[in-house]
Design a protein around this ligand. Structure first.
Ligand code: SAM
Length: 303
């Protein structure tokens, strides 16, 4: 398609042509302002040597801009009814691949492997999306914890979520998401987006956040999965003291938690929201020494 998708008229034209209505259950809010699309693409700052993973292409508004800027775009969409319309829209663009999958469970390295192995692109990839709000935290946590080899992530999220990603210890917004983001990336809000640029309009403002991968995490830790397990457990019951939240979240005896807290130099009556990433790293290492922290049950304990 040559004309811009992100306008009210083209968006409605595509929706009417294919009998599409926005599904609230899948977080479908389509961008109808070309200017916003341009700014997201500018924040992604990609070129023809870049491989871009897009999550949730919707009607293809952002996909279109990414296809123009990047070498290859791989777009993962969960809604079966959008797949044929997307493939029709981009039938002429051979650097846009539409994949029907759930970004929460899809094998991301496997999906990207054909392009990553081609040698045509820079190592690593960029993840860009206007994220469905209902799964923002689990998607971002998945990318941070499993580390699929991304270099930069540029996501439109609820403004409140962007604030959490940048939050400092001791503040209301500080939680598992803040720590996971700050362990892997530097985070900055590129710009704020009002509800008026979407069909249908969400209730709250959004923000575009840029997560630039750090060369080195800010704290050294022996076992990263242990670190994430401890962070999740700590914030699983954020009102409790660390001793109690870790004992129940990690299903470990209190004596073992007490010993690890002492070894890490952290008072047992502190709460997770007061710990820095360095303190969490010390605690994770101390728990490794005193036994295993294991993994916490549940997907989304963030905040
Ligand atoms: N990128 C389009 C835009 O900016 O106009 C649509 C964004 S809309 C906020 C979110 C999109 O993510 C929808 O197309 C929705 O169907 C899709 N989506 C929701 N859950 C998903 C999941 N688990 N995996 C992949 N796509 C998903």
């Amino acid at each position: 398609m040559n004309k811009k998708i992100a306008t009210p008229s083209t968006t409605l034209e595509i929706m009417n042509k294919h009998g599409i209505s926005a599904k609230k259950s899948l977080g479908q809010n389509f961008i109808i302002e070309p200017h916003i699309i341009e700014r997201i693409a500018a924040a992604a700052d990609c070129d023809k040597q870049d491989l871009v993973l897009e999550i949730g292409p919707g009607l293809g508004s952002l996909t279109q801009a990414l296809g123009e800027a990047a070498g290859q775009v791989v777009s993962v969409e969960i809604d079966r009814t959008l797949i044929d319309p997307l493939r029709e829209t981009f039938a002429e663009q051979d650097n846009i691949e539409i994949i029907h999958a759930d970004a929460l469970t899809a094998d991301i390295p496997g999906l990207l492997a054909p392009w990553q192995q081609s040698g045509r692109f820079r190592p690593g990839f960029m993840a860009v999306a206007n994220l469905p709000y209902y799964i923002t935290t689990p998607i971002i946590m998945r990318f941070l914890e499993q580390d699929h080899g991304w270099r930069r992530m540029v996501f439109m999220v609820q403004k409140e979520m962007a604030d959490r990603m940048q939050a400092a210890p001791g503040t209301r917004d500080y939680g598992a998401l803040s720590l996971a983001v700050q362990y892997r990336a530097s985070a900055r809000i590129a710009f704020i987006v009002p509800p008026s640029v979407f069909i249908p309009r969400p209730k709250v403002a959004s923000a575009v956040i840029v997560l630039e991968r750090l060369e080195q995490p800010p704290a050294a830790v022996r076992d990263e999965q242990q670190l994430f397990a401890v962070i999740r457990a700590g914030f699983g019951q954020r009102r409790k003291t660390l001793l109690n939240s870790l004992a129940s979240g990690l299903a470990l005896p209190k004596e073992q938690i007490t010993a690890a807290l002492a070894a890490a130099g952290i008072e047992a009556n502190r709460r997770a929201e007061t710990l820095t990433i360095g303190e969490f790293a010390r605690l994770a290492d101390a728990l490794t020494n005193t036994g295993s922290a294991g993994t916490t049950p549940g997907e989304d304990n963030a905040k």
